[in-house]
Design a protein around this ligand. Sequence first.
Ligand SMILES: [Fe+2]
Ligand SMILES: [Fe+2]
Length: 208
Amino acid sequence: MTLYDDVKNSYFNVSLTGDLFEDVKRVCDANQGTHAYLWGHLLDVANEAKNLAKRFGLDEAAAFTGGLLHDIGGLVPEQQRVALAEELGIDVLPEERLVPMLLHGKFSAYFAADIFGVTAPEILTAITYHTTLHANPTDLEKVVCLADKVKWDGEGTPPYLTDLLRAFDQSLEVATQYFIAELFDSDLLVVHPWLREVYGVYFDKTSR
Ligand SMILES: [Fe+2]
Ligand SMILES: [Fe+2]
């Protein structure tokens, strides 16, 4: 029995119908005891991503799917993340070894494909990169990332929300640039190299 078998038995032990919405809901319901917030957050982000996709002329269904699955990898307990990534052949960067929470987007994309049957590469990368984006993100990646920041899973209202919403009135690009600067300058445990890359692209400097 592999660690992945163990993870699937522990957190994905539901009968899947092939209907993505129903299946994600079933998985969230099965984990209600430890992750009560998860379904509400996934649904909020999926709907927000769909709205943003509509506003900016992108694939609404792809954005919804990306939002619906973006944090499903968070079901893997912190202490199992590095070992599971190594078992699955998922690259573990030094910053992710230090802060295994940062692996959850990679797991979400892995489960999206392996458990939920999502095959579209543009959706899978939007899931993978939703926490920090990366150098030269696609518009779909920006929409899923920013939907997660508008509908954050923290307490109360995010401090950047008013300015972020105002930035959307200018463009998706301005909103992305605004949020990357906010994130880069915030109190991070580590700076993920993907964040350093995208910050460098927007602001032409990489030192911090
Ligand atoms: Fe996340
Ligand atoms: Fe999230």
